[in-house]
Ligand binder design. Structure first.
Ligand SMILES: *[C@@H]1O[C@H](CO)[C@@H](O)[C@H](O)[C@H]1NC(C)=O
Ligand SMILES: *[C@@H]1O[C@H](CO)[C@@H](O)[C@H](O)[C@H]1NC(C)=O
Ligand SMILES: *[C@@H]1O[C@H](CO)[C@@H](O)[C@H](O)[C@H]1NC(C)=O
Ligand SMILES: *[C@@H]1O[C@H](CO)[C@@H](O)[C@H](O)[C@H]1NC(C)=O
Ligand SMILES: *[C@@H]1O[C@H](CO)[C@@H](O)[C@H](O)[C@H]1NC(C)=O
Ligand SMILES: *[C@@H]1O[C@H](CO)[C@@H](O)[C@H](O)[C@H]1NC(C)=O
Ligand SMILES: *[C@@H]1O[C@H](CO)[C@@H](O)[C@H](O)[C@H]1NC(C)=O
Ligand SMILES: *[C@@H]1O[C@H](CO)[C@@H](O)[C@H](O)[C@H]1NC(C)=O
Ligand SMILES: *[C@@H]1O[C@H](CO)[C@@H](O)[C@H](O)[C@H]1NC(C)=O
Ligand SMILES: *[C@@H]1O[C@H](CO)[C@@H](O)[C@H](O)[C@H]1NC(C)=O
Length: 411
C-alpha cells in the first residue's frame, strides 16, 4: 500500500526539491499542491541611510496556513519567519487556470532577515504578476526554467524556478498530467501556435512566430498627462500602437490594448514624458522642446513576449514626430519605425502634443507627409523620372547610331 502511494507520488507532478506545501479545502481534501523554489532579493534602507540588499529563500518551516480554495478562485498562502507571507492567487476560467498575482508581504522589523532596517513597516507589500498561465484544468504546471519577477519600485526581485503547482485539484488527488511552461520547451516549431502577450487576451487571436503580421489594427486610446501642480492637462496623445520585438530569430508583434493601459508621465519646460503600462508591457516616450519645435527624443519598451522571455529595448537619439512647439503632430496613416535593431513601432491615427497644451485640447496639427495632399505626387514623380530615363536612353541610342553611320561615310 505504501509503495503504491510512493509510486503515485513519483508519477504525479514529477519531483522537485524546493519547499513543498499542500493546501486543503474545508472538507480536508487536497486542493492546491506546490513544490517551488523562490529566491527573494530585497533591498531596504538601513539606519545609516544606506541601501542594503538581502537574498533569501523559504525556510524549511514555512507553512501553507491561511490558504483557501473555492470553485473558481483559490489562494496558496505561505507564511514564514517573523510575519512574512507569500501568496499566489489562482483563478479558473473554463478548462484553464492561471496565477493572477503574487502578493509578498514582509516585515522589516524582523532583524534577523533585515539587520539595521530603518523602516518600522511590518507589512511592506509588493504585488507582481507571474507568467504562470494557460494551465489545463486537472494538470500540474511544471517549470524548471527561472522566471525573474521585478517589483515595480525595484525594491524586490523574486526568482522562481523548479516550480510544480496544481491548483483546483479534483477529488483530493494530484494529477499525473503536466502543463509544461513555454520556457522549458525546446525552441518551438514555427507551426506551434502561441497566444498573444498581455494578461487579458485569453481569447485573443493567436500569432505564429514569423514576420507576417496577423494582428488586427490596434484600437486607438487617449493618453493624457496632467501636471501635479494644478491638475491641468500638459500632454495630449491619441493613437493606436503596435510593437514588434525581435529576439534571436523570433519576431513577435503585440498590440497595446487601450482599455487595460495605465497612463502616467510628467511635463517640464524642456522635456515631457509619457509612460504607458499594459500587463507586462511598458513603453516610455520622451519628448524634447527644441525651443521652436518639439520631437520624440527617446522611446523605450520593456515587457515579455508570449513565451515569457523578457525584452528591454530603446533608443534615446530619435528625431521623430517633429512639429512646431505651439502645435500638435498628426499622422493618420500607418507609420512604422525601427527604434533599434530589435524593436519596431507601428502607429495608427497618431496625434500628440507634448508641450504648450491650452485648455486640454489639441492645437492645430502639423501633419505628416503620408497624410498630406502632396504624397500622391510620389508615384507620379517616380513615373516621370522613369520616363525621362527611358527617353534619355532612347536619345543616346539614336545619337550612337547616327555617329556610327557618319563614321562609315567618312571612311
Ligand atoms: C538562489 O540563491 C542561491 C543563494 O542564496 C544561489 O546559490 C542560487 O544560484 C540562486 N538561484 C537562482 C536561480 O537565482
Ligand atoms: C538619514 O537621513 C535623515 C533624513 O533623510 C536624517 O535626518 C538623518 O540624520 C540621516 N542619518 C544618518 C545616520 O545619516
Ligand atoms: C520606529 O519605532 C521607534 C520606536 O520603536 C521610534 O522611535 C521611531 O520613530 C519609529 N520610526 C518611524 C520611521 O516610524
Ligand atoms: C533586481 O534586478 C534588477 C535587474 O537585474 C537589478 O537592477 C536590481 O538591482 C535588482 N533588485 C534587487 C532588489 O535585487
Ligand atoms: C497650471 O500650472 C502650469 C505650470 O505647471 C501653468 O503653466 C498653468 O498656467 C497652470 N494652469 C492654471 C489653470 O492655473
Ligand atoms: C477592451 O475593449 C475590447 C474591445 O474594444 C473589449 O472587447 C474588451 O472587453 C475590453 N476589455 C475591458 C477589460 O474592458
Ligand atoms: C521651450 O523651451 C524654451 C527654452 O528653450 C522655453 O522658453 C519655452 O517656454 C519652452 N516651452 C514650453 C512650452 O515649455
Ligand atoms: C531649457 O533649455 C534651454 C536651452 O536649450 C536652457 O537655457 C534652459 O536652462 C533649459 N531649462 C531647464 C529648466 O532645464
Ligand atoms: C531608455 O533606454 C536607454 C538605453 O537604451 C537609457 O539610456 C535611458 O535612460 C532609458 N530611458 C528611460 C526613460 O527609461
Ligand atoms: C514599414 O513601412 C514600409 C513602407 O513605409 C514598408 O515597406 C515596410 O514593409 C514596413 N515594415 C513593416 C515591418 O511592416
Amino acid at each position: 500500500m505504501y509503495r503504491y502511494a510512493a509510486l503515485i507520488l513519483l508519477l504525479s507532478c514529477g519531483i522537485a526539491h524546493g519547499i513543498q506545501v499542500n493546501a486543503t479545502d474545508k472538507g480536508g481534501k487536497l486542493c492546491i499542491y506546490a513544490d517551488i523554489m523562490v529566491n527573494f532579493s530585497v533591498s531596504y534602507e538601513t539606519t545609516e541611510n544606506k541601501s542594503e540588499t538581502v537574498v533569501f529563500q523559504f525556510p524549511a518551516n514555512a507553512t501553507a496556513k491561511g490558504s483557501m480554495c473555492d470553485d473558481n478562485s483559490s489562494t496558496l498562502n505561505i507564511t514564514f519567519g517573523e510575519g512574512h507571507s507569500w501568496s499566489l492567487n489562482f483563478s479558473r476560467g473554463g478548462e484553464k487556470y492561471a496565477a493572477d498575482s503574487i502578493v509578498f508581504v514582509y516585515n522589516l522589523m524582523d532583524k534577523t532577515l533585515f539587520p539595521n532596517a530603518k523602516s518600522n513597516d511590518t507589512k511592506k507589500t509588493v504585488v507582481v504578476k507571474p507568467h504562470i498561465v494557460d494551465i489545463g484544468l486537472d494538470t500540474c504546471y511544471s517549470c524548471k526554467s527561472t522566471e525573474v519577477i521585478e517589483a515595480e519600485d525595484k525594491s524586490v526581485n523574486q526568482t522562481l524556478w523548479n516550480v510544480i503547482i496544481q491548483a483546483f485539484v479534483t477529488n483530493g488527488t494530484k494529477s499525473d498530467k503536466l502543463t509544461v511552461c513555454a520556457a522549458d520547451k525546446p525552441t518551438p516549431a514555427p507551426t506551434t501556435p502561441s497566444t498573444t502577450a498581455g494578461p487579458t487576451t485569453t481569447a485573443g487571436p493567436t500569432t505564429t512566430v514569423g514576420p507576417t503580421p496577423t494582428l488586427p489594427t490596434p484600437n486607438s486610446g487617449n493618453y493624457n498627462v496632467t501636471t501635479s501642480v494644478n491638475g491641468t492637462v500638459c500632454l495630449l496623445a491619441s493613437f493606436g500602437l503596435r510593437i514588434g520585438v525581435k529576439q534571436g530569430d523570433k519576431y513577435e508583434e503585440m498590440n497595446l490594448e487601450p482599455n487595460t493601459t495605465t497612463v502616467s508621465g510628467w511635463c517640464a519646460v524642456n522635456t515631457s514624458e509619457l509612460t504607458l503600462v499594459s500587463g507586462t508591457m511598458k513603453i516610455v516616450f520622451t519628448f524634447t522642446n527644441d525651443s521652436k519645435k518639439f520631437h520624440l527624443q527617446a522611446l523605450n519598451a520593456t515587457g515579455k513576449t508570449s513565451s515569457g522571455a523578457a525584452f528591454s529595448e530603446g533608443n534615446s537619439s530619435l528625431n521623430l514626430w517633429q512639429a512646431s512647439l505651439s502645435s500638435s503632430y498628426m499622422c493618420n496613416n500607418e507609420q512604422n519605425f525601427s527604434i533599434d535593431g530589435n524593436l519596431n513601432v507601428f502607429t495608427f491615427n497618431l496625434r500628440v502634443q507634448p508641450f504648450a497644451v491650452k485648455a486640454g485640447v489639441f492645437s492645430t496639427a502639423d501633419e505628416c507627409f503620408l497624410d498630406s495632399d502632396l504624397s500622391f505626387l510620389v508615384p507620379i514623380a517616380v513615373g516621370v523620372a522613369l520616363s525621362f530615363l527611358i527617353i534619355l536612353v532612347l536619345i543616346s541610342y539614336l545619337i550612337g547610331r547616327r555617329k556610327s553611320r557618319t563614321g562609315y561615310q567618312s571612311v
